[in-house]
Design a protein. Structure first.
Lengths: 464, 468
């Protein structure tokens, strides 16, 4: 059961509450069950600090073996009779084997659910700000300095949100691929017994062993991705100890928050307000616009027109014939008008900034909508189909219309469908982090969105 | 037990069609197209009064089927067959979309007397054209029913008429000869019985007369319509489009002479076997077999397109199995690709399998007998592979399996199931109590065998192959 996670609140109110919380004395933090001790930077920097040995559970790669057929008739008879005797030891079949297993398999302790509440995003953010003094505003800052700190803080929040999302998603991906590996291993083990008894050829067993081998490879990659994601989160939070990443794994929720049915750009916003909201949130755009207006007013409209004519003329004559040569303006009086130059530069910068903000708004909002649709589709349809198909295969197994291996293959397909849903949900929350950063005044970069689709989406084994 | 829905032949379906060539006046002249809605065995139909050339006959009982009534019209027996889509209950809980006649597959049995003039109206309510071929009969070439060769096919919505004389006594079949493979794969077929007009040297009097057709379908579990492109890999094997345990038993009074007529319109042969008695093949669809040419059998192989008529004296009381001897034909649908699990020890793997699929249950490691008793969730509309319960345990059958029940007290003409046979004391295979041996699970011996003078031999330790 995943721990409940509060939905991401409005950017401005969120940041305000974080700043407020950071100003509270540490007793307030302890009261919320957080690790109270302030991490020691001096211990972190000392090579002599002891490092506890990692306790990561691991699965050894499979070592497939091929049992040989009995060739000697007497040996074959003994083996075949013994095989029949062994199954006859359980005259009621399934119930008797279950009872035998309960008596002979060492008790598996169920995983202890941790008593501490899950690490929420808000808590992670609070912890991460402890060692980031440059992200705090102070009274002696002017508006530009304040805006710069604001931008840096928004970028940090976005990075933390993404790292937290990735860490949970990688953990879930690892959990699902672990189950896929278990199913593949069971198929291969049962297949070995089939060959030992003489009911299967080695060729059939080899196919199951191939599936198992591919499943282990995907699992190993997922395990590494999970470790890396938790390390990244630990780094951002200032957790330096060797077991910090492991502890994080235990503290994080088992899955990401549920994707809301309906998507709105933000509180009080609708789809047509998107560009306006992103323009308004830019900390310096309004000031820049005012400045540009002043500088344009200081220059006569005649000069502006002259400049525009000169630009068009230079581009029309030069560029079509030799596009690599920079266009040239010769009009010296025009060029020496410093007020004009200043106004032209300001106008150009303002246009670039405003166009960028609007374009980022459209792109980020479209990306968020697309990820939202994909996440809902994956959980409502793709995962659902995988589950239904496994149910159908089970009824066919019950009627001896399909084999145990067909059933295990459908189990693997269901798990991969659930994995697709989990990764789509992760993509949605990553898109949300980017969108909220943009809405808060930060920038939106293309590079970040492309990279998310490759990490953690390692090719999963396709069973047959 | 007849439940017949009589509906006017000029009624519902036909009025919707272009009635240019079939006017209401003409339709009013057709005999009623009688519909049959049940898969139970109907009582044989014997009209009162004139049956043919003056001689009454022992009417046939069609297993899980019925006989088509006719009306006499100026000395001609008139029948009305309607070729139409039907839904057949192949077993309780197992419905199959088929094409058939007059509400069911197979179509009704047509029963006449040698020398009868017959007129058969065939109305086509299928979505494509059809014909009817009267398998084995001597008749004018234009009535033989091969579409394109002997007649234009019967178009959708139209009614054709076939007229001929039932010249030969015997057992015949009828089936489409237009898009033949598809229409037969969808279940279109029926039996035809012509009784001799007088005493026939090669056709005996019998007290019980049964008929059924063999048909086979490929119905994917969870679906309802047969796959018509399957050439040979069928999975539903039927007597008259019914499977065990839905096939009616053949009942007889001790001492009855019994005739069974079996026609084969599947795509493979079926060795039909009866327990407890021997029989003779007394006729084929080529005609009655002279007594000097008959030979004894307990199993008669009916090839594709053949009919075998067998007769025997029901002089052994009891419940005798009657079935196709191809053992996969006495099973419901199975997965041909499921490997043998016999002898494969699963201990230590069950918890892992249940972790993968919580409702998984172990099956097949000691054989398949458990399947005859287990009631697990199957795909919808799927008959179990092996099922049926007898008085002494599960019968573990499906498909082409039924029983011949011979009773001393079965009333003549009563075809109802008399229930299970009560075995006389001491005539049943029973356990012999032996002293407990290492490796066996037997209780202390009680010596029941000794009561009848049987010796209870002490078992010798196994000596390899010495005492075989």
């Amino acid at each position: 059961m995943p721990q409940p996670v509060a939905p991401f609140p409005l950017p401005w109110a969120f940041c305000a509450s974080v700043l407020l919380a950071a100003a509270l004395p540490s007793t307030g933090l302890r009261a919320q069950g957080l690790p109270a001790p302030w991490p020691s930077a001096l211990s972190a920097a000392s090579p002599d600090t002891p490092v506890p040995s990692p306790v990561a559970p691991t699965v050894a790669p499979p070592r497939p073996t091929l049992p040989a057929l009995a060739s000697d008739p007497a040996q074959a008879r003994a083996q075949w009779q013994r095989a029949n005797q062994r199954v006859a030891e359980f005259p009621r079949g399934h119930m008797d084997v279950l009872r035998w297993e309960q008596q002979h398999t060492p008790g598996v302790t169920p995983p202890t659910t941790s008593a501490t509440p899950a690490l929420t995003l808000a808590t992670a953010l609070r912890l991460s700000l402890r060692h980031r003094p440059e992200l705090f505003t102070q009274p002696n800052m002017n508006a530009l300095e304040r805006a710069a700190v604001q931008r840096a803080h928004i970028d940090h929040v976005r990075q933390l949100q993404r790292a937290w999302t990735q860490a949970i998603a990688s953990g879930q991906h690892l959990q699902l691929l672990t189950e896929v590996l278990q199913a593949a291993t069971t198929g291969a083990e049962l297949g070995e017994r089939m060959v030992q008894t003489g009911n299967w050829s080695q060729a059939k067993l080899l196919r199951e062993q191939q599936v198992q081998a591919q499943a282990w490879d995907a699992w190993a990659q997922a395990q590494q991705d999970d470790r890396a994601a938790r390390e990244r989160l630990a780094r951002l939070m200032g957790e330096w100890a060797a077991d910090a990443a492991d502890r994080l794994g235990a503290q994080l929720a088992g899955q990401l928050p549920v994707v809301p049915e309906a998507l709105t750009p933000g509180e009080g916003l609708c789809a047509t307000d998107v560009e306006a909201a992103v323009l308004r949130s830019d900390p310096t755009l309004a000031w820049q616009r005012t400045q540009t207006q002043r500088q344009l007013d200081a220059v006569g409209s005649g000069q502006l027109d002259a400049w525009r004519h000169a630009v068009d003329a230079a581009v029309a004559t030069g560029t079509p014939h030799s596009p690599h040569t920079a266009p040239d303006i010769q009009d010296l009086p025009l060029l020496r008008d410093h007020l004009l130059a200043r106004a032209v530069r300001a106008e150009a910068n303002l246009l670039q900034r405003a166009a960028q903000r609007r374009s980022m708004a459209r792109e980020a909002w479209a990306h968020l909508q697309a990820q939202h649709a994909r996440a809902l589709h994956a959980q409502n349809t793709v995962a659902h189909l995988g589950t239904q198909l496994e149910q159908e295969t089970l009824t066919r197994y019950n009627g001896m219309l399909q084999s145990t291996w067909d059933l295990l293959a459908s189990v693997r397909q269901r798990l991969l469908a659930l994995d697709a849903a989990a990764q789509a949900r992760r993509d949605y929350w990553l898109a949300q982090a980017d969108w909220q950063a943009l809405l808060a005044g930060g920038d939106y970069t293309q590079a970040d969105t492309a990279s998310t689709r490759t990490t953690g989406a390692a090719a999963a084994p396709q069973g047959h | 037990m007849n439940r017949r829905q009589l509906f006017a032949g000029a009624g519902v379906g036909l009025t919707a069609l272009a009635s240019a060539s079939v006017s209401r006046v003409a339709l009013a002249g057709l005999p009623e197209a009688v519909q049959h809605t049940s898969a139970d065995t109907s009582a044989p139909w014997l009209p009162s009064g004139v049956t043919g050339a003056g001689r009454p006959y022992q009417p046939v009982v069609t297993l899980n089927g019925w006989t088509l009534p006719w009306r006499m019209n100026n000395g001609v027996k008139e029948f009305h067959l309607v070729a139409e889509p039907v839904v057949r209950e192949v077993a309780p809980g197992f419905l199959v979309n088929m094409w058939g006649y007059n509400g069911q597959s197979p179509g009704p049995t047509i029963e006449v007397v040698e020398g009868d003039r017959v007129r058969l109206y065939v109305t086509n309510r299928l979505p494509e054209h059809t014909t009817i071929h009267w398998h084995g009969q001597r008749l004018p070439n234009g009535m033989d029913g091969v579409g394109g060769l002997n007649q234009p096919q019967i178009p959708v919505g139209k009614t054709f008429v076939y007229e001929f004389v039932a010249r030969r006594p015997g057992t015949f079949m009828y089936h489409p000869h237009a898009d033949e493979m598809t229409q037969m794969a969808m279940g279109m077929m029926g039996m035809w019985v012509t009784h001799p007009k007088g005493r026939h040297p090669h056709i005996a009097e019998v007290q019980r007369d049964y008929c059924f057709l063999l048909s086979a379908y490929d119905v994917e579990p969870g679906s309802m319509t047969p796959q018509v492109n399957t050439m040979l890999d069928h999975n539903i094997w039927t007597f008259n489009s019914r499977v065990f345990p839905g096939i009616s038993p053949l009942v007889a009074r001790l001492g009855d002479r019994v005739r069974v007529r079996v026609g084969n319109l599947t795509m493979t042969n079926h060795p039909i076997h009866i327990h407890g008695i021997e029989f003779e093949v007394t006729g084929t669809d080529g005609g009655p077999v002279p007594p000097s040419a008959r030979w004894p059998e307990v199993t008669t192989d009916v090839a594709v397109g053949q009919m075998r008529q067998i007769e025997f004296l029901a002089d052994e009381p009891g419940d005798w199995a009657l079935h196709c001897h191809k053992s996969h034909h006495t099973m419901g649908a199975m997965g041909h690709g499921v490997p043998t699990m016999i002898g494969v020890d699963h201990r230590g793997l069950l918890n892992k399998l249940q972790r993968a699929s919580p409702e998984y249950m172990l099956m097949g490691e000691r054989g398949m007998a458990d399947m005859g008793e287990m009631h697990m969730e199957l795909p919808p509309n799927t008959a179990p592979m092996m099922t049926g319960t007898g008085p002494y345990g599960p019968i573990e059958m499906g498909g082409m399996f039924t029983t011949l029940k011979v009773r001393a007290d079965q009333k003549p003409g009563d075809h109802r199931d008399p229930g299970w046979y009560t075995l006389p004391e001491g005539t049943q295979a029973r356990e012999v109590a032996l002293p407990a041996q290492p490796g066996t699970h037997r209780a202390a011996p009680a010596q029941p065998g000794a009561a009848h003078g049987a010796q209870v031999r002490k078992p010798q330790p196994a000596q390899g192959h010495a005492h075989h």
